[in-house]
Write a protein that binds this ligand. Sequence first.
Ligand code: AKG
Ligand code: FE2
Length: 254
Amino acid sequence: MTLSDKLRAGKKPNSPWGHSIAHDDRFSLKLPWKETFTFGYHESSPDSVVPFFESTLGMDFEPAGKVHQKYCEEMKRLALSITEVLAISLGLDRSYYREFFEDGCSIMRCNSYPPCQEPSLVLGTGPHCDPAALTILHQDQVEGLEVFVNDKWYKVRPRTHALVINIGDTFTALTNGRYKSCPHRAVVNRHRERRSLTIFLCPREARVIAPEVPGFFTWSDLLRFTQKHYRADQSTLPKFKGWLLSLQDRNLDC
Ligand SMILES: O=C(O)CCC(=O)C(=O)O
Ligand SMILES: [Fe+2]
């Protein structure tokens, strides 16, 4: 994308879709060092990715739109198959989560991390757990992804033809913590641009998620919380619980 493509496709206020340069307003410690292009993929309108590319980036991007549309289609199919394995592992009917997620709008993000002269002063993506249910991540051959396990950051080295699957906070909530979301981050380097593709499996906005959080919540509540009130990090779910309870208290006071 050229600079003018990026400007044309720039995310509008209150819209989750489009091009953005890391949310520097939402970080306090290290400056984020990345660009993202975000769009939605919904099975009820599977052909909507190409028109989105054309309308935000221009007609030249039709072929890119087609590739990304196909990618989303295949990844959604894969994500739903993974939910079957997860359901079986929990002793549930294999289609239990498939039916739960089938009609949701997936969020697709193309990340680019340019080389940085001072990599120790920035972070590509700060430490966080993904708020959605499942993430399928494809990274190029440049290292950068790290996961936090037993108080240590470990590199997730790129492997040709391998995808990284992450559990997100929504799945943690749905399974009452039996599956735990995984804290991760992306660091940058001095020499090479790094690229990754992430697709997030989300429920339909109005879907009720139970029972981890008192007083049920919907996916759109969690989405609103992470977009408007609190940047997703390792404490999103406990912070979200507190926020929901404070809203309930406020409603009771009224
Ligand atoms: O680029 C990466 O490897 C990680 C990206 C990520 O964690 C995200 O988009 O949520
Ligand atoms: Fe993530």
